[in-house]
Design a protein around this ligand. Structure first.
Ligand code: BES
Ligand code: MN
Ligand code: ZN
Length: 490
């Protein structure tokens, strides 16, 4: 099988001098409001007002995210200047800072460059600078991980001017967390399965100073985790639960983040058609998000206690697969009837949430590529929020709005409760028909969180993209890493 490759890690520095001919590419912002910046002025003067001349002839676009590649005929200037449009009123926007920096880095990734300088700090307020750095770093990861002749290059060094060292450090940590999450999701199921995910988590824990517990199949058996074991029963790769702990808040109750980690979802005996199965290596995106966020929480030294719990299983077909009509006693004692083995995420999360509750968290946020129904309801770009606690939902929504990751709340009316009741067991793992499928899935999960304030985020749509955009590659998105990091620090 394939070997896993190291993550991209350009040297990141704070630049205090002006860029010169030792820079390969200088990235500068150009605003639609005719505002200038020190770097733009300096370039303009060094070339006898050449930037003004270009602007006056409308040969430069200042539209948000538009890239203008210029070759200045000025000695001691960098050989390439990339002017990128910052649009209107983006100074305070963390999303604009993130996306514009990412777009600029992606626009030059067909060459292998020694040094890229980014002067965009001048175009954005300091409150956005960590997002700007994170955007540049996150753009260094692409899904072409296994090209034998690399088509995508990462600069050896990226220098930022006009940005504090603190923002650079924070941005680098956030960017590396996004890269970590995206890589885990982009790697195929032959590389990332429950055991190898857990091994990756152990490496991350060791490097970043998290404590970690890995429950293997024997421990899961001893703990009565029959639900996650049932989902994994058809696979040659046994399930795992991984518990990561960050201790930064004394003896306060921890915040908990929980992820669905189905490393491949074939659907099981309720098998998916090929079209629906091709991207199902992405079904562990929730767990990968938890690992990325926990890595950053430790590296940032967040002054809270935070635990991350990943429920890892592979949903496969064999003579030992769990079956339709099976009734399973979960860890918290509730019984579930299996009516569709493709509704496996909620079954994995049943035990995973119960293990989390036992850690007495003050609140739980779970992330899961849980339902196609959520994609039908909200489209590919919007995550669905379902909660038993409105203030918690509002706090995470606000963090998502600040980071520009679209989310939308779906209702959890009592009337949905009866739709997951079963005749032979306490609950069944499907709702009634396809209707309200995202919500009935959440109603199932609600049985396993007790009275703990809880928010479920269905990321089936935004976790994995069919096509690329100027600011990001296709494939894994790393969605919700920024939102959760914003939330745990608020
Ligand atoms: N992992 C899928 C949901 C999914 C679909 C995620 C597409 C990302 C992209 C999940 O396990 C699933 O199969 N859900 C079923 C539930 C149904 C059988 C009740 C679905 O949504 O069809
Ligand atoms: Mn499924
Ligand atoms: Zn699934």
């Amino acid at each position: 099988m394939l070997e896993s490759l190291p993550l991209p890690s350009p040297h990141v520095n704070r630049l205090t001098d002006a860029s010169d001919a030792t820079t390969d590419v200088l990235i500068v912002g150009v605003s639609a409001k005719q505002e200038s910046s020190a770097t733009l002025d300096r370039l303009n003067k060094a070339g006898d007002g050449w930037i003004d001349r270009l602007r006056n002839r409308n040969t430069i676009s200042s539209k948000r995210g538009k890239v203008n590649k210029l070759i200045p005929a000025v000695s001691d200037a960098p050989p390439v200047v990339l002017l990128i449009g910052t649009g209107d009123d983006t100074r305070n926007s963390r999303v604009a800072a993130f996306e514009i920096a990412a777009t600029a880095i992606r626009a030059i990734n067909n060459n292998s460059l020694a040094r890229v300088d980014i002067a965009l700090g001048e175009d954005f307020d300091p409150t956005t600078h960590d997002a700007l750095v994170a955007g540049a770093i996150s753009a260094c990861e692409n899904l072409a991980i296994y090209h034998s002749d690399p088509s995508v290059h990462v600069p050896e060094a990226i220098h930022f001017s006009g940005i504090s060292q603190d923002a650079i450090d924070r941005g680098q940590i956030i960017g590396q967390a996004i890269i970590q999450t995206r890589r885990l999701v982009n790697e195929p199921a032959g590389v990332i399965y429950p055991e190898s995910f857990a091994a990756r988590a152990s490496e991350v824990a060791e490097k970043s100073g998290l404590s970690i517990e890995v429950w293997d199949e024997k421990k899961l058996e001893a703990e009565g985790c029959r639900a996650i074991l049932a989902v994994g029963a058809g696979s040659a790769r046994p399930p795992r639960i991984v518990i990561l702990r960050h201790q930064g808040g004394g003896d306060e109750a921890p915040l908990a983040i929980v992820g669905k980690g189905v490393t491949f979802d074939s659907g099981g005996l309720s098998i998916k058609p090929g079209d629906g199965m091709v991207d199902m290596k992405c079904d562990m995106a929730g767990a990968a998000t938890v690992l990325g966020v926990m890595q950053a929480v430790a590296q940032l030294g967040v002054k809270r206690n935070v635990i991350g719990v990943c429920g890892l299983a592979e949903n496969m077909i064999s003579g030992t697969s769990y079956k339709l009509g099976d009734v399973i006693k979960t860890r918290n004692g509730k019984t579930i009837e299996i009516l569709n083995t493709d509704a496996e995420g909620r079954v994995v999360l049943a035990d995973t949430l119960d293990v989390t509750v036992e850690n007495a968290p003050s609140s739980i946020v779970d992330l899961a590529t849980l339902t196609g129904a959520c994609m039908v309801a909200l489209g590919m770009e919007v995550a669905g929020l379902m909660t038993n606690n409105q203030p918690l939902c509002d706090a995470v929504s606000q963090a998502a709005n600040e980071e520009g990751e679209p989310v939308w709340q779906l209702p959890m009316f009592d009337l949905y409760d009866e739709k997951v009741k079963s005749k032979v067991a306490d609950i069944k793992n499907v709702g009634e028909g396809r209707w309200g499928g995202a919500i009935t899935a959440a109603k199932f999960l609600e049985n396993f969180v007790g009275d703990t304030p809880w928010l479920h985020i269905d990321i089936a749509g935004p976790a994995f993209n069919d096509s690329s955009k100027p600011h990001r590659d296709a494939g894994a998105s790393g969605v919700m890493v920024r939102t959760l990091l914003n939330w745990v620090q608020s």
